[in-house]
Design a protein around this ligand. Sequence first.
Ligand SMILES: CC(C)(COP(=O)(O)OP(=O)(O)OC[C@H]1O[C@@H](n2cnc3c(N)ncnc32)[C@H](O)[C@@H]1OP(=O)(O)O)[C@@H](O)C(=O)NCCC(=O)NCCS
Length: 424
Amino acid sequence: MSENLQVRTPEASFELPITDGTIRATDLKQVPTQRGPLATYDPGFMNTASCRSAITYINGDAGILEYRGYPVNQLAAGASHLEVAYLLLYGELPTPDQLASWEKQINTHRLVHENVRELIDAFRYDAHPMAKLMAGVASMQTFYPSSRRIDDPEAREMNIIRLLGKIPTMAAWAYRHSIGRHFVYPNDELGYVNNFLAMLFQSQQRVYRADPRVSRALEVLFILHADHEQNCSTNAVRSVASAGNDLFTSVGAGIGALFGPLHGGANEAVLGMLREIGTIDRVPDFIAGVKEGRARLMGFGHRVYKNYDPRAKIIKRSCDDVFEVTGVNPLLSIALELEKIALEDEYFVSRRLYPNVDFYSGLIYEALRFPPEMFTVLFAVPRTAGWCAQWLENMTDPDQKIMRPKQIYTGYRERTFVPQDQRG
Ligand SMILES: CC(C)(COP(=O)(O)OP(=O)(O)OC[C@H]1O[C@@H](n2cnc3c(N)ncnc32)[C@H](O)[C@@H]1OP(=O)(O)O)[C@@H](O)C(=O)NCCC(=O)NCCS
């Protein structure tokens, strides 16, 4: 049965078709107002769908996250990150042969041009690694001019493979540069995550071998961060792509958006909060302060999830595996106590505030000895798979146009120019 929205003005009434629970904003234009055709005002896209997408499904009330229909907990339990990247891009899980060939393709494209190494090297010693990563990715467009052929399916696929192959290399080098260590080149013998860990932690004196529990935990974190539908950085990728831009320019913009503390930086804030609390006996006081509006419980609450973030549950389990290797992060007991109290407290329960993905991830990254500036980089590397899939979907969607929102103009009108010598 078809649904319609009835809009009545004093002069007329209009029937707007509802499709997939939405009305087309352009259908509103037939409704006249004193300021012209009716439009919507939606800062932050709180209730506006910008695209149709078949990649990631979220039901925030029920705490569901699925990639191409597969629940993220099943993928985290049994898949590899490259398998998930294939799923996001092509819509199906790869067969064993497809996976082997996919891994081979990605792994042979890990090496970056020496000029990119020099580009990273040219940054100041204390430059943030996200700035280096953003510059490295944006520069790829100049090394691979085929990326500008956005209508050529083969060129699109080739450049996605290049980006997935090279992003861990650039991320690891951005880190090595900030700690003043030599750059470690990719090792063909190692898989995606183990090679990334080696490029991060290998020293000249000793061969680095990642503990399998650590590499699996990082792989799980990669899978959990691979995509999250139309979040701020994905919207940035799609928006830049909508102007006809190549993958590297678009993903460079996505990295910029992710850099923002409201998006990729919350786990760093969680660690700051746990440190400030300091000891378990100070947790009740801190919670009281949150309820009085003196602080926020970082790592709690989410724009979409009004239930336990499904990713947080999985990450909490990964903490145990990592701490078996690294020793328990002393901040864990404070986090557990905070969670226990908050989940029973009326303030948090009534506002449906639950732990989100960032509540525990920072504890793992810290236990693995990553400095806080690297946390967002560790988000950007796996999210590149989602950005690539979303970029591709945007490029091949006949509904998409250059993104250009309307505004409600609130300024002056029709003023007469006053020459400089007659002003003031
Ligand atoms: C994620 C976040 C920005 C979502 O914000 P939002 O959807 O706009 O929700 P609101 O800020 O409108 O919050 C709704 C209510 O819950 C309260 N609230 C939300 N998150 C809270 C938190 N972490 N601690 C304490 N109170 C919180 C708000 O004060 C508000 O209360 P009120 O109704 O009495 O005014 C917010 O929950 C937050 O700041 N969380 C902490 C930062 C974080 O962990 N970010 C990572 C997200 S993955």
